[in-house]
Design a protein around this ligand. Structure first.
Ligand SMILES: *[C@@H]1O[C@H](CO)[C@@H](O)[C@H](O)[C@H]1NC(C)=O
Ligand SMILES: *[C@@H]1O[C@H](CO)[C@@H](O)[C@H](O)[C@H]1NC(C)=O
Length: 359
């Protein structure tokens, strides 16, 4: 009778010792095969300068975050006074310079938070001219949230094989995630918590407008199991020449009148198995790109030739329509690593598993 509780205790106690520091799991979808810093001996930065150095140098690295790295105030402040609207009065505002430009991330890096302690405050990450990068289990927040040009949390441009997983972003001045106009190639964004809640929204409704922006050329983006919420626009905006596979995400808007998807010329969106809850406008009017929104089982069979399976219907609760059936671009999925899809019935699991501190 006594041996069983003892055994349970012994096993529980062993787990933290046995787990190697570093990345959990592997990327699904387009960035499958990404290794980041691989098996490099983990490093544990203790200062902002060490973190910046490890991320930017040319060595493959597994960088473990065990605390909050607070960049607010570290580069001083500056002020803007010209109003972007030429006809509006000029107002002088002071912003934190650290938020404007993110930390440079080089090739072959894994940046991984330990438990729920991996936090970067007041500065984002720039994965530019780099290949093979993993960002996992990290929270990035508080980049000049008052100001439209206050800074982007995660920027990708001219890169390949990037996996952003279990990342939380909140209180961001500009974009939570942005893929710039050069090719970002193969990218997987999974299990992220993109929280647009803000006291400084453009419509004074507590919902952030500039959330996720995909503008790249030849970009292949898998966007899976993300919790995208409290947004009023660009959630996401898709243009450039981006092939976006949006699968099993949970979009929750509450009562804003904005939109989730915006599909511009060149954008190609396959949306399946997603849940839209209280999203008044699932897609902004004026779709100029192409989309297949998996509207019914008969139409969804069109996916079989290219994905090797039928597409999975989306689910809508108190939400607008999303019914677009362009199939011409589906051939772009042929021969690629394509994420699986499960039925759109587990929104609660997506919202509670997404973000940092959950793995
Ligand atoms: C990254 O790793 C690959 C494979 O080992 C190597 O070819 C490449 O030169 C590395 N890149 C940098 C910037 O170190
Ligand atoms: C990708 O989709 C575009 C738009 O429909 C199409 O013109 C192009 O031929 C496709 N490319 C491939 C490789 O299937």
């Amino acid at each position: 009778m006594f041996s069983k509780p003892f055994l349970t205790f012994a096993l529980t106690a062993l787990v933290p010792c046995a787990a190697a520091a570093g990345v959990t799991g592997s990327a699904e979808g387009f960035a499958k095969g990404v290794t980041g810093g691989g098996s490099a001996t983990p490093v544990y930065p203790t200062t902002n300068a060490e973190l910046v150095s490890y991320l930017g140098d040319s060595s493959p690295r597994v960088i473990i975050l065990t605390k909050t790295f607070d960049f607010t105030g570290t580069e001083g402040t500056n002020s803007w006074c010209d109003n972007y609207e030429a006809s509006a009065p000029d107002v002088s505002v002071s912003y934190d310079k650290a938020g404007i430009l993110g930390i440079t991330v080089g090739s072959n890096k894994s940046l991984v938070g330990s438990g729920s302690s991996g936090v970067i405050k007041g500065k984002g990450l720039r994965i530019i001219n780099a290949k093979n990068v993993i960002i996992q289990n990290v929270k990035i927040y508080n980049l000049n949230p008052r100001y439209v040009w206050g800074g982007d949390a995660i920027t990708l441009n001219n890169c390949d094989l990037v996996w952003i997983d279990h990342v939380s972003t909140s209180l961001i001045g500009r974009q939570h995630i942005v893929l710039g106009t050069d090719a970002s190639n193969r990218v997987t964004i999974s299990n992220c918590d993109i929280d647009g809640t803000t006291s400084w929204s453009p419509n004074c409704d507590t919902y952030h407008y500039w959330n996720v922006l995909f503008l790249g050329s030849q970009d292949l983006v898998t966007f899976k199991n993300n919790y995208v919420h409290h947004f009023s626009g660009r959630a996401p905006k898709v243009g450039g020449n981006t092939l976006l596979h949006a699968v099993n995400n949970y979009f929750y808007q509450s009562d804003s009148n904005g939109h989730a998807f915006e599909i511009d010329a060149g954008g190609m969106v396959l949306a399946e198995g997603n849940v839209f809850q209280n999203v008044v406008n699932v897609v902004a009017s004026g779709v100029a790109g192409q989309a297949f929104t998996s509207p019914d089982s008969t139409s969804n069979a069109a996916c079989s030739s290219y994905l090797g399976r039928s597409c999975v219907i989306n689910a809508f609760g108190s939400s607008g329509a999303f019914n677009i059936k362009n199939t011409g671009f589906l051939s772009n999925f042929s021969g690629k690593n394509v994420a699986s899809a499960s039925s759109a019935n587990d929104a609660k699991a997506v919202s509670s598993n997404a973000g940092y501190g959950k793995i």
